[in-house]
Design a protein around this ligand. Sequence first.
Ligand SMILES: Nc1ncnc2c1ncn2[C@@H]1O[C@H](COP(=O)(O)OP(=O)(O)O)[C@@H](O)[C@H]1O
Ligand SMILES: CC(=O)N[C@@H](CCC(=O)OP(=O)(O)O)C(=O)O
Length: 298
Amino acid sequence: MVKQKYLDKAEVLIEALPYIQRFNRKIVVIKYGGSAMLDQELKANVIKDAVLLKLVGFKPIIVHGGGKEISRWVNKVGMEPRFVNGLRVTDKDTMEIAEMVLAKVNKELVTLVESLGVDAVGISGKDGGLLKCTKKLSNGEDIGYVGEIQEVNPRILHELLEQDFLPIIFPVGYDENYDSYNINADDAACAIAEAVHAEKLAFLSDIEGVYKDQNDPESLISELHIHEAEKLISDGYVGGGMIPKLKNCIDAIEHGVNRVHILDGRIPHSLLLEIFTNKGIGTAILREDGEKYYDEHA
Ligand SMILES: Nc1ncnc2c1ncn2[C@@H]1O[C@H](COP(=O)(O)OP(=O)(O)O)[C@@H](O)[C@H]1O
Ligand SMILES: CC(=O)N[C@@H](CCC(=O)OP(=O)(O)O)C(=O)O
């Protein structure tokens, strides 16, 4: 008699089958950032998830941040990191540090993927003219070399995917004068997901998902139609970094990305759990005509 635990394992694999079929050859953009990047074990888990997606026939693209690591290096050279509305005030020196740190993080991620037997190519938004930007103002205030994406040229990404590479992107671009700009990684992930017509965009964040009341863990929202997400913002239920994140989610859905998720990057394998199982985790942002599942079946 085959032991139950082995049958359970087979069950888990079979549960994944419809999802593997649905996403076969489809592009999934993964935004990886926040404090989930600082823990080496979590980092290894995120990379394993992306590698698994690649090996079962998806086309994952990783867009990463590294804000906490940039701040650490800014502190190291005796400067004070400064943010306005969640965006780093980026003078010339900070820009140089940000680009160096993000490039270092990028190559670490490439190495991790390579160590698992998948070929990855790490690029910035400068490579292949991927991200062209202008200066982004924050409520009219000049906060330095912070980029607003104006144009995405996804050709390099299609070439890399075609050649079976896993692209890993860090959010630095240039403007029309070829000056370097620091771009918020959520903005970069959203713009890239739209440009490549991604099937799914997943934000791996530092929180379970979107709460109706941030102080009440029971108030996690599983699914949100975009008008509900807009209302949460306008009614003041979300604050801080969640405001631009949710706005990016809405923007991505409005520009043709099929499914957008905010997931807890601190939970090991949250990406796999979301994609391959019937359990709803984190928060899904849906088109107006997108059918809700979890709230109705809760
Ligand atoms: N209603 C809410 N639900 C969830 N998070 C919220 C909410 N309101 C504010 N936040 C804050 O938004 C943060 C997520 O945004 P951010 O720090 O920019 O994420 P990341 O660094 O992963 O990109 C959460 O850690 C939380 O402090
Ligand atoms: C303009 C701006 O704020 N850029 C970000 C880029 C990195 C980032 O977004 O990293 P996380 O996703 O880890 O937060 C920064 O300098 O921190």
